[in-house]
Design a protein around this ligand. Sequence first.
Ligand code: GLP
Length: 260
Amino acid sequence: MKVLILETADTAQERVVSLIAQTMRDKPNAVLGLATGGTMLPVYEKLVALHKNGGPSFRDVTTFNLDEYVGLAPEHPQSYRSYMNDVLFGKVDINLQRTHLPRGDARNPEDEALRYEAAIAQCGGLDLQLLGLGHNGHIGFNEPTSSLKSRTRIKTLTRETRDANSRYFRADETIPTFAITMGVGTILDARHCLLLATGAQKADAVAAMIEGPLAAVCPASALQLHPKATIVIDMAAAAKLKLLDYYLHVHPDGTAREVV
Ligand code: GLP
């Protein structure tokens, strides 16, 4: 696990954008795993700005999002498909046919999960999986006690997650109870995992993910098993790390220190 600690949320987002752009430069037809949530909004904003200012093209990129709410059609304003179209896909030169999210309105969500998992494999797997972090340590919608070997499937959302995401729904709207999410095992199969967490409210989950025991109760701790996991956090999210000084020593300002 590479722990990159940046001073501010802004510089942490910039680092994540530059790592995504590097993947796209190295492999113009990269398969990118994408994430949603509030943390990612400024990341996509910066990625779009970079793209418009001579940054890498999305023309040959394929994307798979982590998850989608069961019951929401793609056109629903709170669907993750709408989120992605609004903040990224509609603003870059991506071929929409190569952007994938699970269908929240599939007649049989369990079959849809299997189809989605197979589609990722058919594309040769994920080159880079972008991840946010839930307050309770979830990645995708893999809530605490998700199997660390799980594949794409239906998960019941915790009350905490539904409360946290209720800000995106109108008061008269029902917040979905279930989601289709890539499993922890699906995520761990990505060739590179890149997680961003910012703000003091994520500090407990960050500490559990990096320094806690490997445990299904904190699904993000499964990244400890990944051969290439990069964790990008700001100082506020890093506040509860016991080995903070060490991480800052290894990667001052989130850089890669030269071996001399
Ligand atoms: C959501 C998403 C996750 C996201 C997380 C954190 O429920 N399913 O992919 O990383 O919760 O969201 P936020 O960035 O808004 O804190």
